[in-house]
Ligand binder design. Structure first.
Ligand code: GSH
Ligand code: GSH
Ligand code: FES
Lengths: 104, 104
């Protein structure tokens, strides 16, 4: 579908993409972490897209297997949600992923 | 207002009350913490109350100064949100509050 293609394009062309909701603290935590690491992610706020928001959330579920927010992609690769991202960060595995994605 | 009185009554008559939203991870964290501490809070899911949900959220803001969820009351006292509750727990101050509230 066109929406699916647009998501694939978005995550392929941007080193870090966060599908988020503006009111969600888990989404805020992830956005804050990236900023702290000097990364400027592309943030898509699903609650600010009117009816396209829920459609996008469905497409993301089809593509990534994840229906929740935040939904994080680095270097085109699906990373997961807030907990997954923080886990990688604590294991020291997040920053190498970011460097690799930024170098592309 | 009648809704305001009902909130005051709810928090006065129940040792632990959590105003929550079913999809919210911060709300889940707080509910999980109380269960881990052997506490069975009264949980009110604001997203399951139809149009009364947003009204209740406004009343809570008037009464507690807090417009976000989760909104936690212990022994009739406004505690705060997820971060506040976790902070009290880590400082060892949450369990004494629970004992006191349960003893009433
Ligand atoms: N463990 C996941 C939890 C994800 C989750 O439950 N997200 C909630 C918001 S905090 C959600 O997407 N709920 C459904 C919705 O908002 O559509 C994570 O760390 O990201
Ligand atoms: N620091 C607060 C954050 C509270 C917060 O921002 N809650 C969000 C959901 S995670 C909220 O209520 N957003 C507005 C809404 O859902 O109406 C806490 O720990 O509870
Ligand atoms: S909506 Fe509360 S943490 Fe996501």
């Amino acid at each position: 579908s066109r929406l699916e293609d647009s998501v694939k394009k978005t995550v392929a062309e941007n080193p870090v993409v966060v599908y988020s909701k503006t009111w969600c603290s888990y989404s805020s935590e992830v956005k804050t972490l990236f900023k702290k690491l000097g990364e400027e992610p592309l943030v898509i706020e699903l609650d600010e897209l009117g009816p396209q928001g829920p459609q996008l959330q469905k497409v993301l579920e089809r593509l990534s297997g994840q229906h929740t927010v935040p939904n994080v992609f680095i270097g085109g690769q699906h990373i997961g949600g807030c907990t997954d991202t923080l886990k990688l960060y604590r294991k020291g595995e997040l920053e190498p992923l970011l460097s690799k994605a930024n170098a592309k």
